[in-house]
Design a protein around this ligand. Structure first.
Ligand code: AMP
Ligand code: ZN
Length: 471
């Protein structure tokens, strides 16, 4: 499988450290608010990546953190802890907020068929691990204490900017206007590993540490949790592109300094979902959630399809019109699948050819839009319905669009409607018209059609025979 690696800035053949298991780490949500559909674009594409790796035959062990402490309002280590901000907004405790929005996040993931990672670890559960890592960094001379906080010293590194091909907007995140300088920092890019001197006296969660009562920085959480469950070597680390700097840059700095060797081989970054006014973000206050889409009548699967139709390394512009198009495409796709007949023989050669096209799309840097095209190719293929259904079931292990279940639901609904409107008298009249036509008695056939029309019944001639519906 070829994947674009943000670290080398090129597509590379993916090769895990061990053939037995792919070790995959995902930056989880900061649970101070609902996830917006931009966050969920990232999680959908990471879900597809995991499932594509499994499809290729790899066993995957995937870990995700839950950020429930230490993520400050600004990535430059200033501002309020986002969790505290959420707690104040809703007049609840930080832990109540964390639990509520963690549950809400996984409920959204469920609706979008995003599989739960094998391990989900809230940061507040690993404080001892973070402290041990900070101690190690201090011992090795990569960190210093200033003003009560512990900082990572970026001047000790040969190379700090490892993802230097981002556009300016992404790089500017850490140095947004209105962000005050932390004068304890020796170098502009130094970052906090452990806070004790939060200027917010009301920081809710604090723990004892060798440097005083305090709390961990956001970046150390992901390094610590990843190493706890996946060891010293990571195959692939994922996140949204805004995480590349400073979050992932800092993760690499501290992890490799701590370990004394390379840490993670592949970095997978999903580009943003934007609206016409820019990046969708929680801090802007107004954002779209899955529940909101549902309340407007959209099936979450339409949003998943919308995401799959574009490549993860391109910004995706959200508009209601674009979502409508995806919703219509999804409905049509499902309606088409609903016409396929169960049973019959699978043409193994044809199935293999269809699968090859699908795998080819995934292998080319997770080209999900081509993978969706491969779905349409199945429907157009000159092969048996059984083969088509087998191919669709196979592809849906990665795309997770509920295709067969949704098609079944459509069929059942149609059958129920047909049963509800069944009328033997009209069936008999339609049959009599068919007989009259066969006997070339067109006057009688027309008379029956007109009689039915007067009763609000329309006859539809199909290749399978005459059908009728109420109009
Ligand atoms: P957060 O909950 O803010 O920590 O973010 C969760 C994930 O969503 C991270 O991987 C972010 O990089 C990603 N993310 C944030 N905003 C967007 C966006 N507008 N489009 C896509 N991904 C995003
Ligand atoms: Zn992270």
């Amino acid at each position: 499988m070829y994947l674009y690696n943000s670290l080398s800035h090129k597509k590379e053949l993916f090769q895990p450290n061990s053939p037995d298991v792919v070790k995959m780490y995902t930056c989880g949500p900061t649970v101070y608010h609902f996830a917006h559909i931009g966050n969920l674009r990232t999680y959908i594409m990471e879900d597809v990546l995991e499932k594509a790796l499994r499809y290729m035959g790899y066993n995957v062990k995937r870990v995700m953190n839950i950020t429930d402490v230490g993520h400050l309002a600004s990535d430059a280590d200033t501002g309020e802890d986002k969790m505290l901000k959420g707690a104040k907004r809703e007049n609840k405790s930080v832990m109540e907020i964390a639990q509520y929005y963690t549950d809400a996040f996984f409920a959204d993931c469920d609706k979008l068929n995003i599989k739960k990672p094998d391990i989900i670890q809230p940061a507040t559960g690993c404080i001892a691990e973070f402290i041990a890592m900070v101690e190690g960094l201090l011992e090795k001379g990569f960190a210093y204490v200033a003003g009560g906080n512990v900082y990572f010293d970026t001047s000790k590194l040969e190379k700090y900017y490892v993802f230097n091909d981002h556009d300016e907007e992404d790089l500017a995140i850490g140095v947004r206007e209105g962000v005050e300088e932390d004068t304890n920092k020796r170098n502009k890019n130094d970052f906090v590993l452990w806070f004790t001197k939060s200027k917010f006296e009301d920081q809710a969660l604090k723990w004892e540490s060798p440097w005083g009562v305090g709390y961990p920085g956001w970046h150390i959480e992901c390094s610590g949790i990843s190493m706890k469950y996946l060891g010293e070597d990571l195959d692939i680390h994922c996140g949204g592109i805004d995480n590349a700097f400073p979050h992932h840059t800092n993760e690499i700095a501290q992890s490799e300094s701590f370990l004394g060797h390379k840490w993670c081989n592949y970095w997978f970054h999903v580009h943003h979902l934007n609206t016409d006014t820019g990046k969708m973000s929680k801090s802007k206050g107004e954002f779209l959630t899955v529940s909101l889409l549902e309340s407007k009548g959209y099936d979450p699967m339409a949003y998943r399809l919308f995401c799959l139709q574009s490549h993860y390394r391109r910004n995706l512009v959200f508009s209601w019109e674009n979502l409508d198009n995806a919703a219509v495409a999804y409905e049509k796709l499902v309606a088409k699948i609903a016409t396929l007949k169960d049973g019959g023989d699978i043409d193994e050669a044809a199935l293999a050819a269809l699968k090859e096209r699908f795998a080819g799309a995934l292998n080319g840097d997770l080209n999900t839009s081509l993978a969706v095209t491969a779905l349409y190719d199945v429907l157009k293929a000159k092969t048996t319905d059984a083969t088509k259904l087998a191919a669709l079931a196979d592809f849906d292990t990665v795309l997770s669009l509920n295709l067969l279940a949704a098609a079944k639901a459509v069929r059942e609904k149609e059958e129920a409607e047909a049963a509800a409107s069944a009328d033997p008298e009209i069936d008999a009249l339609v049959a009599a018209r068919t007989e009259a036509k066969k006997a070339k008695n067109y006057a009688e056939a027309d008379r029956i059609r007109d009689e039915l029309k007067a009763r609000g019944i329309e006859i539809i001639d199909t290749p399978q025979g005459a059908k009728w519906r109420r109009v």
